[in-house]
Design a protein around this ligand. Structure first.
Ligand code: PLP
Length: 439
């Protein structure tokens, strides 16, 4: 009898015993093609020798040194490497153990910065509906997925939410993509004016919305307008790249493709590639200087900040993504993935939209392509697709509630960047068979 407290009390899960390349094997020897890198984590696949060697070297040299007493070479190297590739103005890296921790650190830093610069009346955050920023109370409070929030609403500090930039559902018939993007970006200013612009700390958004909406990038010009509004009202732009960052979309930072300069960025998942739990919050030199020349310390911290072994693993990962050319490879392989999705599902009567960037793609399912009518939530399409895919030896990431937290279904695909074209073809075959089994 198991004593593990699982995610779902009544799920009968296989036991994973081994990983090799793009496959995970269970204790019966069955192979599962990792079509979603778990949840957009395993960008290097499983069993990467360089990352494993880096972890071994580090744990044999220095297992742990508390960051209240020491800095460490792996943390220093990782921070330097990330800053060398970060968007303009980003200058400091705060190393944590995962995505939710990175978002919590971002929210608290943003609030403390406002106090340090003499604007203590700024107490609110604005985020977007259908976003996901993590499961800790602060991160969940900013997230815009109503289903995830509902039970905890009474105990959360809540952000206010504007529309996502989700052209497939939001663009009006008589509107071009650019006008649509400007219209939904302008909602930020409307919300700021409604709340009182001097009461707002910052705006939080995923450059490409992941888990809750299925790889939805913003349209061109959206983030430029968002940046203008943030600057006009003195609020911070926080971009959550926990899922879409670290090369996943074909550039190391997803926001590079939106040509936007954030004040704070959060990353995790692909940073450790599954080999170690690690996340990071990166902030501008301006924010850091505000703290350094004010109280002199960020009133935050966790025991495992900047863990040397996690940092050593992330160093090896980021080296592969940058010097090793794997991010550029992800961009190329992502084009192949898009082509394969279009030829396999482009004419599928129940695939309404194929979207995303690089090796981060989503399919949105509809009962009717013309009217974009979603399947009834009672059909539990996403849950059944997940089950059918596992039967067929495929790990993918289906989710329901795509449109508003209740209706709509999508599947998120985030294969390892090392996937061969043949393995992407295998992903298409297994996904098509799984979909046929449930629709
Ligand atoms: N932010 C985004 C955009 C995410 O997709 C996630 C996780 O899926 C998180 C934050 C939370 O990360 P973690 O699950 O590592 O706490």
């Amino acid at each position: 009898m198991s004593h593990v407290f699982p995610r779902h009390c009544h799920a009968d899960l296989p036991t994973a015993t081994r990983g090799e390349g793009v496959y995970i094997y269970d204790d019966k020897g069955k192979a599962y093609l990792d079509g979603s890198g778990g949840a957009a984590v395993s960008c290097l696949g499983h069993n990467d020798p360089d990352v494993i060697a880096a972890i071994k070297r580090q744990v044999e040299t220095l297992d742990f040194a508390h960051t209240g007493f020491f800095t460490s070479e792996p943390a220093e190297n990782l921070a330097s490497k990330l800053i060398a590739h970060a968007p303009e103005g980003i200058d400091r890296v705060y190393l944590v153990s995962g995505g939710s921790e990175a978002v919590e650190a971002a929210l608290k830093l943003a609030r403390q910065y406002m106090i340090e610069i003499g604007q203590p009346d700024r107490t609110r955050f604005i985020a977007r509906r259908q976003s996901y920023h993590g499961n800790t109370l602060g991160a969940l409070g900013t997230g815009g997925n109503m289903w995830r929030r509902a039970p905890f609403d009474p105990v959360m500090v809540s952000a206010s939410h504007i529309a996502p930039c989700y052209a497939y559902r939001g663009q009006a018939e008589d509107e071009c993509l650019t006008d649509y993007g400007q219209r939904v970006a302008d909602e930020l200013e409307e919300e700021l004016l409604r709340l009182g612009p001097d009461t707002v700390i910052g705006f939080l958004a995923e450059p490409v919305v992941g888990a809750t909406a299925g790889a939805v990038p913003a349209v061109e010009g959206y983030f430029t307008r968002i940046r203008e509004i943030c600057d006009k009202h003195g609020i911070l732009l926080i971009l959550d790249e926990v899922m879409c960052g670290m090369g996943r979309t074909g550039t190391l930072f997803a926001c590079e493709q939106d040509n936007v300069r954030p004040d704070i960025i959060t990353i995790a998942k692909g940073l450790g590639a599954g080999y170690q739990p690690i996340g990071a919050m990166l902030c501008s030199g301006t924010i850091y200087d505000g703290i350094a020349s004010g109280s002199g310390f960020f009133q935050h911290g966790h025991t495992y900040l900047g863990h040397p072994v996690a940092c050593a693993a992330a160093n090896a990962v980021v080296t592969k993504l940058t010097d090793g050319g794997l991010t550029a490879h992800a961009a190329e392989r992502g084009d192949y993935l898009l082509g394969a999705l279009q030829s396999t599902f482009g004419q599928h009567p129940h695939v309404g939209d194929i979207r995303g960037r690089g090796m981060f793609r989503g399919l949105e399912f509809v009962a009717d392509r013309e009217t974009k009518t979603p399947f009834a939530p009672e059909k539990k399409l996403a849950a059944r697709l997940r089950g059918a895919a596992m039967e067929n030896g495929l790990i993918c990431y289906p989710m329901n509630g795509t449109i508003d937290g209740k209706s709509g279904d999508h599947v998120l695909l985030a294969p390892p960047f090392i996937s061969t074209e043949a393995q992407i073809d295998e992903l298409m075959d297994k996904l098509a068979a799984s979909l046929a089994a449930v629709i």
